[in-house]
Design a protein around this ligand. Structure first.
Ligand code: ADP
Ligand code: F6P
Length: 353
């Protein structure tokens, strides 16, 4: 293999640039020219009229500074068309037209499906897990998770300080799509009292409120309820619009989906005997936009180098991950079928009080 390409896909995650930088360093060491595909799989299917919006030749000089930057230099985007074989073939043909035989795909499980599809079209592919969600069962860490957790930890610590000053409990919503790992790890790291995650189905808001009330009655007036965004879809149904309207709470309208603010309002009403005010904060996209922590940066370095070496030796259809603290690779198919690694024991410990 003499020429390879790299792309970032799905939601951006801290460490993507560091991984691209590492791929570039290893490619340079092995004298392999490197192409950067822009905006996920979109660049492969020639989505944009200007060629420079679809791909770029990556030299070490061009990349020297990017490892320090947050975001992804190559840009990222979703590309729903790529689920169709017609576009997968087009992408593979495009790579062949550039004389590229191997591709490093940095992204989550959706992106790995795209990599698998390209393998079927004759392009050698290696996946590097890049998602803050940590929702890939085969690996202990994915690029960006550690950074996202640290952003949440900083936010929660600040929130708990003001919560304590005002004797006010707080709901904090964090990202993670259908995975509760960011919420659980951040809650565990900051001593939060309640964590709500999508892995626990049909949890009733009344039960969360009872726990909160119990904490308040025991003197904990600044309890923090960390909610993983995916839990809004998996908690037990509750007609909170009617519930809040009946109590004359403003800012609630028909058809509105449950969110952190309204969840806090319901908790406040349910714990009202104690005359407690409950506030809410959504940590949001700050979780994705930070420079990588040392842990994410170091994994990016190792994963990028491993990906290039695998391609150099003609090894394809693999993803890189971490198991027992060691970087390893395994077939994409096996990785995508791995069971999720939700830590129920830790969930019970955080919610134990
Ligand atoms: P992530 O990679 O973080 O899981 P997404 O699920 O949004 O993010 O997927 C990113 C991209 O991967 C999609 O926009 C699409 O281009 C590609 N992709 C997702 N699913 C498939 C699939 N089944 N086949 C081919 N490509 C896919
Ligand atoms: O997958 C990463 C992630 O940040 C999720 O945690 C979140 O649900 C989603 O992406 C948000 O996606 P978008 O950038 O399309 O709003």
């Amino acid at each position: 293999m003499s020429k390879i390409a790299v792309l970032t896909s799905g939601g951006d995650s801290p460490g993507m640039n560091a991984a691209v930088m590492s791929v570039a360093r290893s490619a340079a060491l092995l004298d392999m020219p490197l192409i950067g595909i822009k905006r996920g799989f979109n660049g492969l299917i020639g989505k944009y009229p200007k060629p420079e919006d679809n791909y770029v030749e990556l030299s070490l000089d061009l990349l020297l500074d990017i490892a320090d930057l947050p975001g992804t230099y190559l840009r990222t985007a979703r590309c729903p068309e790529f689920a169709e074989e017609e576009y997968q073939k087009k992408g593979a043909d495009f790579l062949r037209s550039l004389d590229v035989q191997g591709l490093v795909v940095i992204g989550g499980d959706g992106s790995f499906h795209g990599a698998q599809a390209l393998c079927r079209q004759g392009i050698a592919c290696i996946g590097i897990p890049g998602t803050i969600d940590n929702d890939l069962g085969y690996t202990e860490m994915s690029l960006g998770f550690d950074t996202a957790v640290n952003v949440c930890v900083e936010a929660i610590r600040a929130i708990r300080a003001t919560s304590r000053s005002h004797d006010r409990p707080h709901v904090v919503e964090v990202m993670g799509r259908n995975c509760g790992d960011i919420a659980l790890t951040a809650a565990q790291s900051t001593g939060c009292e309640i964590v709500v995650v999508p892995e626990i189905k049909n949890w009733e808001i009344g039960d969360v409120a009872r726990r909160l009330k119990n904490l308040i009655e025991r003197g904990n007036t600044r309890a923090t309820v960390v909610v993983a965004e995916g839990a809004w879809r998996t908690m037990a149904d509750f007609d909170y619009v009617s519930y809040l309207k009946e109590r004359g709470i403003k800012g609630v309208y028909e058809g509105q989906r449950i969110n952190a603010v309204n969840f806090a309002k319901v908790l406040q009403e349910m714990a009202s005997e104690t005359d407690t005010s409950v506030r809410a904060t959504v940590v949001g996209y700050t979780q994705r936009g930070h420079a990588p922590t040392a842990r994410d940066g170091a994994f990016a370095f190792e994963a990028g180098a491993m990906a290039v070496n695998l391609l150099k030796h003609g090894i394809s259809n693999q993803v890189i991950g971490v198991r027992n603290g060691r970087t390893f690779h395994m077939p994409i198919d096996t990785a995508l079928n791995a069971k999720p690694h939700f830590n129920r024991r830790m969930f019970n410990m955080v919610n134990a009080l």
